[in-house]
Unconditional design. Structure first.
Length: 427
């Protein structure tokens, strides 16, 4: 009897595994079919805003004539030849179409056209985007890509999600064809006994020569105000108004910071971000700061920055504190780092330091979220996926499952996995 039961359990497990595998294969096939349909439509373009019956019996000729007037710089193309097909969509009478799609009676159906040349199609799309309508002789229109029906449905759901993200002051974007990208977020978490109340990590400058962190406004952490004040008093007592050499200033700053407590050590880590990886590893080891993952004292910039943010070191008062502690330093201008940068005051070394800071901010938010693991966000995000029926769809299935255990900021890949935008600055 027991043997028979064990055999049945084995068969059930095998059947379950086979069903799971087949379900994944079906999902992959569905995705490939949808992707193939989108690729088949890539020479299509939808034109919206043109009133019904304005095109007359020959839609293709009307559109060709309209584009000749709207885009004179593209008149080197033979519009009658390149626009091979054009018709209203859906292909039914006006009243039926408007009723079937629940649109306002005054809103006309879209005109779908097929271009023989993709470059011309792309040029028209760039000139007539939804946010830059084109007007010719009282006719205003704009263009949109022509996607598969399933892709359009998913784009609509993702737009609803983006509206939810914007309520939390997140920077979320809809990428083509239907991908969600999160570039910044409000961080609310409880880590190692320190409460970080909605630290707002905004997007940093994307280009290395931009030289600065844009709109970094951390909120004041009441829990460590006393420690910060004590730190400044200790430094002023040691140094006073006496002028010191750069090397002596750095050594004294390190000594005071190491003796002032764990949160001060993380100020030291923030300071170390603007030096070489070797110095960072050495001073991190002296301060007793270990890698949060492997325990190795030679943690790279990314690991050091995890510790700095997770303990709430980035606060409003840190700029003044760093300026007092490191006022003799010719290598670091904290006010530039925290409050933005004027390009005219940046020398080559400042640019190097700020490029490191931008790289750390840009590439480590994903891993920071994975380490912090805020339960409130995982629950909220899962509910949001469920609200818009995305947890059962092909595209977001893996992403929804991943959010139950951990969250990695990034974008949903074509096959549904939540792909982090993470890159290590140093190995």
């Amino acid at each position: 009897m027991e043997t028979r039961t064990e055999e049945l359990e084995i068969e059930v497990k095998a059947a379950t595994a086979q069903t799971t595998t087949q379900g994944q294969q079906i999902s992959d096939i569905q995705w490939k079919l949808e992707d193939a349909e989108n690729r088949q439509r890539r020479n299509n373009l939808r034109i919206l805003g043109i009133a019904e019956d304005l095109e007359g019996p020959d839609t293709r000729a009307y559109i060709a004539s309209l584009f000749k007037q709207a885009f004179p710089d593209l008149n080197g193309w033979d519009w009658e030849k390149e626009i091979q097909r054009a018709h209203r969509f859906p292909l039914m009478k006006k009243k039926q179409a408007l009723t079937a799609t629940n649109r306002d009676q005054s809103y006309p159906r879209a005109i779908i056209m097929y271009f023989g040349n993709f470059l011309l199609r792309q040029a028209v799309f760039e000139k007539a985007r939804p946010n830059s309508k084109v007007t010719v002789e009282g006719v205003s229109f704009f263009s949109r890509p022509d996607f598969a029906h399933a892709t359009v449905e998913r784009r609509w759901r993702l737009r609803q999600m983006i509206a939810q993200f914007q309520e939390l002051e997140a920077e979320a974007y809809l990428l083509s064809p239907a991908r969600l990208e999160i570039r910044a977020f409000l961080l609310t978490s409880m880590t190692q006994g320190w409460h970080t109340d909605k630290i707002k990590l905004m997007e940093v400058s994307r280009h290395p020569t931009g030289c600065g962190i844009k709109n970094l406004y951390p909120l004041l952490l009441n829990s460590i105000q006393d420690d910060l004040a004590t730190l400044v008093k200790k430094w002023e007592a040691r140094v006073g108004a006496k002028e010191t050499e750069e090397c002596e200033s750095m050594e004294m700053a390190r000594t005071v910071l190491v003796s002032a407590g764990p949160q001060a050590q993380h100020f030291m880590v923030l300071y170390n971000l603007y030096y070489t990886p070797a110095k960072i590893a050495s001073w991190g080891k002296t301060a007793g700061i270990m890698c949060p993952r492997c325990g190795c004292p030679k943690a790279d910039l990314c690991h050091m920055f995890f510790q700095c943010v997770k303990l709430g070191s980035l606060i409003t008062g840190i700029s003044d504190i760093l300026k007092k502690i490191l006022k003799q330093s010719i290598y670091l201008k904290p006010q530039m780092v925290l409050l933005g940068v004027d390009h005219s005051v940046c020398n080559s070394r400042d640019r190097y330091f700020l490029f490191i800071a931008m790289s750390v901010f840009r590439n480590c938010i994903a891993s920071l979220w994975r380490d912090v693991h805020p339960p409130w966000f995982n629950q909220w995000f899962s509910q949001l996926l469920s609200m818009y029926h995305l947890e059962n769809s092909l595209y977001e299935l893996k992403g929804a499952a991943a959010c139950k255990d951990s969250l990695e900021l990034g974008h949903l890949s074509p096959y549904g996995s939540w792909a982090p935008r993470t890159r290590r600055l140093y190995k």
